[in-house]
Write a new protein. Structure first.
Length: 216
């Protein structure tokens, strides 16, 4: 025979919420909160107080009203180490909303930011690239910082015809002598931005790409 517990009412007292058992059902007092013992933090449309909870999983979220929704915010260094496709956050370092597919990128503009280390005078492939099947061109903000503290920044346009990548420098400035030049090439299925350093030595290169497709 199955065990049976019969409870008519769990009475409330100051600061404690109430659960009611009656007949074949269970019901909650309208002031039962989530993760709180404060009655004023009711889980109801009229509640404007903060309700703190852990991980909540559901199939669909519908947000009404005219206020706002708060998403996670943090620096680039604070990105989750185990990001998965569909993640969304605000990056306080770049002042942009960003999402994750196979890498982090800005939401809405097709912008992605990448960086890498270059330490040779040979033309080398850089991490900045885009799929030629998806995009025709990209505008690029490019930054080089070398180990001596010198920097170079520039704006470039890159476009491809499926066989060749053309890179045009719009403007480039440096704190002293220019540190490198940019070119492009088709590598596999990607249009790749490439850099040639003027002199060998460790340098950090960063690029922010804003891609455009034929239909955009």
């Amino acid at each position: 025979m199955a065990a049976e517990i019969r409870v008519d009412t769990i009475k409330s007292r100051a600061g404690i919420n109430t659960i009611f058992f009656g007949g074949d059902s269970i019901s909650f007092n309208q002031n039962v909160g989530i993760g709180t013992t404060i009655v004023g933090n009711a889980a109801s449309p009229g509640n404007t107080s903060a309700i703190v909870a852990g991980i909540v999983t559901c199939n669909e979220v519908v947000v009404g009203g005219t206020s706002r929704i708060k998403v996670p915010s943090g620096t680039t260094a604070q990105r989750p180490g185990t990001a998965v496709a569909g993640d969304f956050r605000y990056n306080s370092t770049t002042s942009e909303f960003e999402g994750y597919t196979d890498e982090w990128g800005s939401i809405g503009g097709g912008t992605k930011q990448v960086s890498g280390i270059v330490s040779t005078t040979s033309t080398v492939g850089f991490a900045a690239s885009f799929a030629i099947a998806d995009y025709r061109s990209a505008s690029v903000n490019f930054l080089i910082n070398d180990a001596t503290g010198a920097s170079q920044a520039g704006k470039y346009i890159m476009i491809h015809d499926g066989t060749t990548v053309t890179v045009v420098e719009q403007v480039a400035v440096a704190t002293g002598s220019m540190l490198g030049t940019l070119s492009g090439a088709i590598v596999g299925s990607n249009a790749e931005l490439q850099v040639t350093m003027v002199s060998s030595g460790v340098a950090t290169c960063s690029a922010k790409l804003n891609t455009m497709s034929d239909s955009a």
